[in-house]
Design a protein around this ligand. Structure first.
Ligand code: AMP
Length: 280
């Protein structure tokens, strides 16, 4: 496995790989890798000849009062995990090279990115689409792998790829969870033992909603009320949103359409912001 820090290094490599007809997969990450990330690398390895994992804590997707500076960075452990999972190349650019002084061009998806996460993190998806567009131009992958854990991110990226006619396949891997159901997240390591216990309520709320749907309840307001009730029972949890939405457009739905809808939520567990979702 190679580690490449410069954009020109990846470009040189990719030119050579494409000349040899290699299928290239890109797995964009911000590092602090866990089994969720590694499952995406394995999925990429099944589909591609060369798997490039990018590790870049992207400043433009963090709001001014968010955790950019304290976001966990542990490159040594990440490189070992990437190798183990089957990555061929790890790309770790610097902020200075990705966003040189004077940088002023952004990619904005203007609809799917607006509700839910977009409503509470107004510049987040602009940062995501911008960095992903840049990574696509650098690595020119045939496919790019994302996790369903960030359902709205998947929808926004798919829309960007479609709208901008980008020749890449977007592959989505399922959410990987801890044994008790908590979705794996780099931010879980911020949780104290007490907060970690309370964070299980996200999974419980989603599970309850899914159970209700399986029992025939399709009315969104009933599902949202029940999930909110479960979350609100926890002293450290503050609900940011609970929503039933279309999985592609992220528009709020009044009724679940099986296979088309998801229930998504975001909460604060004290000062730690967590999100999760279930497809319904
Ligand atoms: P991040 O490093 O948080 O930007 O995440 C990088 C990629 O890993 C994104 O496509 C995420 O959706 C995905 N991811 C994060 N957590 C999980 C998880 N628990 N299961 C599956 N994919 C995940």
């Amino acid at each position: 496995m190679q580690t490449i820090h410069s954009i020109s290094g990846i470009r040189d490599l990719v030119r050579d790989l494409r000349a040899r007809d290699h299928v290239i997969a890109l797995v964009p990450t911000m590092g602090a890798l866990h089994d969720g990330h590694l499952s995406l690398i394995r999925l990429a390895a099944e589909r591609a000849d060369t798997v490039i994992v990018s590790i870049f804590v992207n400043p433009t997707q963090f709001g001014p009062n968010e955790d950019f500076l304290k976001y966990p960075r542990e490159l040594g452990a990440d490189l070992a995990a990437c190798q183990e999972a089957g990555a061929d190349v790890v790309f770790t650019p610097s902020v200075e090279e990705m966003y040189p002084k004077g940088f002023s061009t952004y990619v904005v998806e203007d609809r799917v990115s607006k509700p839910l996460e977009g409503a509470s993190r107004p510049t987040h998806f602009r940062g995501v689409t911008t960095v992903v567009a840049k990574l696509l131009h650098i690595a020119q992958p045939d496919l790019m792998v994302f996790g369903q854990k960030d359902a709205q991110q998947v929808a926004v990226i798919k829309k960007m790829v479609e709208d901008l006619l980008i020749p890449v396949e977007v592959v989505v891997g399922p959410t990987v969870r801890e044994s008790d159901g908590l979705a794996m997240s780099s931010r879980n390591r911020y949780l104290t033992a007490t907060q970690r216990k309370e964070a299980l309520a996200l999974f419980q709320a989603l599970s309850k909603a899914k159970e209700m749907v399986e029992g025939g309840e399709l009315r969104a307001d009933r599902l949202i009320a029940e999930a909110t009730h479960i979350l609100s029972d926890h002293r450290r949890i503050r609900v940011i949103y609970v929503a039933v939405a279309d999985r592609d457009t992220m528009e709020a739905a009044r009724e679940v359409t099986p296979g088309k809808s998801l229930i998504a939520l975001a909460v604060w567990v004290d000062e730690v912001r967590l999100i999760d979702n279930f497809l319904l």
